[in-house]
Design a protein around this ligand. Structure first.
Ligand code: NAD
Length: 346
């Protein structure tokens, strides 16, 4: 396996791996380990080229530093991407990836993400101990992530917009591991839900459900609703889509929803749309992994309780933003940076 380190300003360690034998092409990025070892999922995706994969892993790993910090847990930020089609995922490729993770000696720990499962983590674990989210521990973090998204949506609607959940309309983009659980929780509370997914199979079982409307994936962000919940890929909030949003607030599971972190947050604000910072809303998964690592071992109840606090933190972020006349995304960054960045000595 060939390893090539890239120097990136503001990042602790970024390495590209190429392994001819298994076909592995992957990048691991460790953004910051001030609070603890870097933890972040492994995304398998058919990126068009290495530059595209690098851009994604850099954004995602930085996001993990902010996420863990704001969630109050002692993990650093890291992430990994494997450049491959889901159908090209083989045990050999996953084991080679495990060796790559192992080369970081514990400063980076992987977990599930888009196109990787707890079963894949078991295979990676054969080559390295630095794997989280294993089946015999916390397992798939998606249900807990969905719980965090749900409490954030509930608090945003009920406490900030004064709309009871049973009178609200939420549009969900993406019914994958997280979106599916989120949908069930919202329906259970009597919420009206509109959904879209690129994968028609996912929608089959919903066709006869009177509580769910299905729209074209191209149009889901334009749905007239109270809250838009992006639960697919990042970058959905951008200069082209924000003008077409027809909602009062955005809160969802997807990482890096703002294509341009600063400009798109400003665009949302200018349109009077309240934005719940994604890395706070979707922190349930990393909280689950943190509980998994505790000395007492994994405790689902503890993970759920810690995740439910996301609602309180979100309300504090909205309050801070109003008080200091800054955007919610800026307020979130401010609180997160205070924890992980060394404070200047007076
Ligand atoms: P997933 O791959 O299981 O689901 C994504 C779904 O979105 C799929 O069903 C896919 O068909 C659909 N999709 C993709 N592009 C779409 C589009 N343009 N329009 C409509 N649907 C589209 O992923 P997941 O685990 O549910 O995660 C969803 C998002 O949440 C990702 O951005 C992920 O990084 C983030 N996230 C997940 C977790 C977790 O615990 N799983 C934790 C934190 C953040």
């Amino acid at each position: 396996m060939k390893l090539r380190e890239i120097q990136v300003d503001g990042y602790q360690k970024v390495v590209v791996a190429n392994d001819e034998a298994s076909g592995l092409k992957a990048i691991i990025s460790v953004h910051n380990t001030n609070l603890g070892p870097a933890v972040g999922g492994t995304r398998l995706y058919p990126y068009n080229n290495e530059d595209e994969a690098l851009e994604d892993v850099l954004r995602l790993s930085r996001g993990m530093t902010y996420k863990s910090s704001l969630a109050g847990i002692d993990f650093g930020g890291g992430k990994s991407v494997i450049i491959a089609k889901p159908e090209d995922k083989t045990p050999e490729l996953l084991k080679a990836f495990g060796q790559f993770v192992d080369s970081f000696g514990g400063s980076y720990n992987c977990a599930e993400d888009v196109n990787t499962s707890p079963e894949d983590m078991e295979i990676i674990h054969e080559a390295t101990p630095y794997v989280m989210g294993l089946n015999n521990k916390g397992g798939d973090p998606s249900p807990i992530t969905a719980l965090g998204v749900f409490v954030a949506i509930e608090a945003t609607l009920e406490q900030k917009l004064n709309i009871p959940l049973n009178q609200a309309h939420v549009a969900i983009q993406g019914l994958g591991h997280v979106g599916q659980h989120l949908l069930n929780m919202l329906i259970e509370k009597g919420c009206k839900v509109t959904v879209a997914d690129k994968n028609q199979k996912t929608l089959e079982t919903l066709k006869d459900n009177p509580k769910v409307a299905i729209v074209d994936p191209e149009n889901i962000h334009q749905t007239p609703c109270d809250l838009f919940a992006p639960c697919a890929m990042g970058g959905i909030l951008n200069k082209d889509t924000i003008g077409k949003l027809n909602c009062k607030a955005v809160a969802g599971a997807a990482n890096n929803q703002l294509l341009d972190e600063k400009e798109d947050a400003k665009r949302l604000h200018a349109r009077g749309i309240l934005y719940a910072p994604d890395y706070l809303v979707n922190a349930g998964g990393i909280i689950n992994v943190f509980v998994e690592q505790s000395k007492e071992g994994y405790n689902k109840q503890k993970a759920r309780q810690a995740t439910q606090k996301i609602a309180k933190t979100l309300m504090e972020i909205f309050t801070l933003a109003e008080k200091e006349n800054i955007l919610p995304s800026e307020a979130a960054n401010k609180v997160a940076e205070k924890r992980f960045k060394p404070q200047p000595q007076n």
